[in-house]
Design a protein around this ligand. Structure first.
Ligand SMILES: [Zn+2]
Length: 306
């Protein structure tokens, strides 16, 4: 799930968050028909990965089903309560620890309540794993589909990843309204749920159609009918925003910091988890401006503007 551009930011080319490894040649809108001669699987129980009959039936359901606001809100709240209650890591709605188990339990609850348990059953028949990433500093979540044989018609493996860094930075020290997928979030757990819902729709689309994109109509129709999403981006708080709001530091600023007992001065070149500061040094690497610098990765709180 991509981050929403804020006013004044220069547009960057949109990258495909899901299916980035997938070739875009498969544009079929429905799963392939079962090959003649293969034993049909029962609709409720996929006996083999990528079972056309099972996925065809699921496609029919996903294409039409709509949840009323009250029912959706009740089920989301049930998931919220249950994830909090059963977790050993989550210490509250604005948790300071979260585990992969929390994410997988949350996704399973979504599957049970919204999809009758049908999505994970089929995804797990192919291969499904969950991950929390501290390195994703702009993207809120992603669904990676891998094709180990190199063919988009071959076996697949799905990985659903959420950015723990973005969740932890939000509802921390910069306060403004937080929206994920067009829904206002009141705490970290609600934000996590909204990102998980978005990635769950990606998983469903990839599973059934082996293709999908959250800026296209089919994704947005599913995300709207199931989860009431009105947007496909988030405005979770990035380190770059924290740097500007809390430390008044921006890319291009001259800064000072202590390193091994020395006071160094340089310029902020990039802000991800830490700031990349370029310090002029004749022994350093030559940069595009013709000067030589040494790169330092400095925590924001260690920088002083000068
Ligand atoms: Zn997306």
């Amino acid at each position: 799930m991509a981050r929403k551009r804020r006013a004044g930011e220069t547009p960057r080319p949109t990258s495909k968050v899901t299916g980035s490894q997938a070739a875009r040649t498969d544009v079929t809108t429905a799963p392939r028909k079962a090959a003649a001669g293969r034993p049909p699987a029962t609709v409720d129980n996929p006996t083999r990965p990528r079972d056309p009959q099972y996925l065809g039936s699921l496609a029919g359901e996903v294409a039409l089903r709509k949840f009323a606001t009250a029912e959706r809100d009740r089920m989301r709240r049930q998931i919220y309560d249950q994830v909090l209650m059963t977790s050993r890591s989550l210490d509250g709605p604005n948790f300071t620890k979260v585990s992969v188990g929390d994410l997988s339990r949350m996704i399973r609850l979504y599957d049970d309540l919204f999809f009758g348990g049908k999505v994970l059953k089929a995804a797990e028949a192919e291969g499904l794993s969950f991950q929390l990433s501290s390195r994703m500093t702009s993207v809120g979540g992603k669904l990676v589909t891998q094709y180990p044989s190199g063919s988009v018609d071959g076996p697949r493996k799905f990985e659903l990843v959420l950015s723990s860094t973005l969740l932890f930075q939000t509802f921390e020290d910069v306060s403004r309204s937080i929206e994920v997928a067009g829904c206002l979030c009141r705490n970290r757990l609600e934000a996590m749920q909204r990102v998980a819902e978005h990635e769950f729709v990606h998983l469903t689309e990839m599973l059934i159609w082996n293709d999908g994109n959250c800026n296209e109509a089919r994704f947005q129709s599913i995300a709207g009918r199931y989860f009431g999403h009105t947007d496909y981006q988030h405005n979770l708080i990035t380190q770059r925003e924290r740097a500007a709001v809390k430390f008044n530091i921006r890319v291009g600023d001259n800064v000072a910091f202590a390193h091994d007992g020395h006071n160094l001065r340089g310029r902020v070149n990039r802000i991800t988890r830490r700031a990349t500061v370029l310090v002029p040094n004749p022994k350093g690497q030559r940069f595009s401006d013709g000067h030589r610098y040494v790169k330092y990765y400095v925590p924001l709180e260690a920088l002083k503007k000068c």
